[in-house]
Design a protein. Structure first.
Length: 460
């Protein structure tokens, strides 16, 4: 009998039952987040490996995936495995909460708050797997606050991280942010970077529609900077088409606003106004005060360009009211400068001066370098209208220094051109000649005013 029991034991060992692999601790909500961002259904995510109900149980935390299952989910969503893993210590909730807070700050345009939090997170280094995302978000915050040098370093580091962990979605987003940075600094690389980001995005299976839409918007902005209006309109329209059913209303509104800008530049004023108004209507439905303030500003600029100053005044005043309602500081200086331009067109020089001073003070406090330089340009133009030559010279010296420090070469050349025109009217021909030489590359008719408006459009 003993021999029988031994044989049975040997037989059992020779044909063991299939054991269930141990489950992996994952971050709550990570699987569902990755699935939604990738545009996959439960069945599509589990295809070829696990069932839709099994994916549902994993998403709701009722079961833990095995490592092979988690690797399958990572491949299907284009995320690195590290994206899903829970922190091994009690720091997980704190780290995740702070990361979410950082993302919210960047999304809301609270860039200086985001910089402070992002730097603190980098110092604490909660997890190596989070460093890429923290650097990316911090780089975006620096980008939003017009500090391109800091943004460039962080985005390059984030890009290297996402390449190393094979995170295709975030790599595409990061290259897109680099394209936006190149656009800010008037680099010729902006279009190439945006196209590269789109290429990376479109190689993903499935293609994440929200990312593709964002990148098409960045590409359109790069075409706007190059004054390639037909290409810009095509890219904006492609972004709207690519969004389909997952294209959220907020992004639709922003794209409508941008389309209004592009159509205005190709001389289709009625179409421009229609798209701009669509943006306002959609955002009113959403009651998204921050984005609505920016769209109201853009619509005001379109109407101003058409010569409809009364309507422009209504929308720009509304934009400023919305900034106050939303306690929005980032971007407010651009609205003030739009109102400054409108006041100048209305002949209200004193009012324009007050608005430019307010914009300068706010931009200086928020360290918004581009807005600081633009405010100095308007102060110089106002001083010229008043015949205050010394103030003109100081303002343009400050503006030129600002654009030089920002690396905004094209805007710098245009500033030289405007100052040269003022000096020529004053009879200071030798000094005007020096500045005119600097401006030859940007001497197209009407470019100066369009470029000033473009700065405020791109900030929105």
């Amino acid at each position: 009998m003993a021999s029988g029991r031994t044989d049975a034991a040997v037989a059992t060992d020779a044909h063991p039952k299939r054991r269930r692999l141990p489950g992996v601790n994952i971050r709550p909500g990570a699987v569902k987040q990755a699935r939604i961002e990738s545009g996959l259904s439960l069945a599509q995510l589990g295809k070829g490996h696990v069932t839709a109900p099994a994916i549902y149980l994993i998403e709701t935390g009722r079961t833990r995936p095995s490592l092979p299952t988690l690797e399958h989910i990572a491949r299907r969503t284009g995320k690195p495995v590290e994206f899903f893993l829970a922190e091994p210590t009690a720091a997980a909730d704190e780290a995740q909460g702070k990361l979410i807070a950082l993302e919210a700050m960047v999304a809301d345009g609270r860039n200086h708050e985001a910089v402070a939090l992002g730097l603190a997170l980098l110092d604490r280094a909660f997890s190596a797997s989070r460093l890429g995302r923290i650097r990316f978000l911090l780089g975006q915050a620096y980008l939003g606050s017009a500090q391109p040098d800091h943004a460039a370093t962080l985005l390059a580091e984030a890009r290297a991280h996402f390449e190393a962990v094979n995170d295709g979605v975030m790599l595409a987003e990061c290259i897109g942010a680099q394209a936006a940075l190149a656009n800010m600094t008037q680099s010729k690389d902006a279009v190439a970077l945006a196209e590269l980001a789109l290429s990376v995005c479109r190689r993903l299976k499935p293609v994440p529609a929200p990312t593709e839409v964002r990148l098409l918007g960045i590409l359109a902005g790069a075409h706007v900077a190059n004054r390639e209006w037909d290409r810009a309109v095509a890219a904006y329209e492609a972004a709207i088409e690519a969004g389909g059913s997952v294209f959220d209303l907020r992004r639709v509104a922003r794209m409508y606003s941008a389309l209004g800008t592009a159509y205005q530049e190709v001389g289709e004023g009625e179409t421009a106004a229609r798209y701009a108004m669509r943006s306002v209507v959609v955002l009113e439905v959403l009651r998204d005060r921050v984005a609505l303030a920016r769209s109201e500003n853009n619509l005001g600029l379109v109407l101003m360009a058409r010569g409809d100053l009364d309507a422009a005044r209504r929308h720009l005043d509304r934009s400023l009211e919305l900034c106050d309602e939303a306690d929005l500081e980032s971007g407010r200086s651009q609205v003030l400068l739009s109102l400054c331009e409108l006041s100048m067109q209305e002949g209200k020089v004193d009012q324009a001066h007050k608005l430019a001073e307010e914009a300068l003070e706010l931009a200086a406090r928020l360290e918004e370098g581009a807005s600081i330089a633009e405010a100095h340009v308007w102060l110089g133009r106002i001083a010229d209208r008043r015949g205050a030559h010394d103030e003109v010279d100081r303002a343009f010296d400050d503006a030129i220094s600002g654009f030089e420090a920002m690396g905004m070469r094209e805007r710098l050349l245009q500033c030289h051109g405007l100052y040269a025109e003022i000096l020529e009217r004053r009879g200071e021909l030798a000094k005007a000649y020096v500045h005119m030489k600097e401006a030859l590359q940007a001497s197209r008719p009407g470019l100066l005013r369009r470029e000033e408006r473009q700065q405020r459009f791109s900030s929105a």
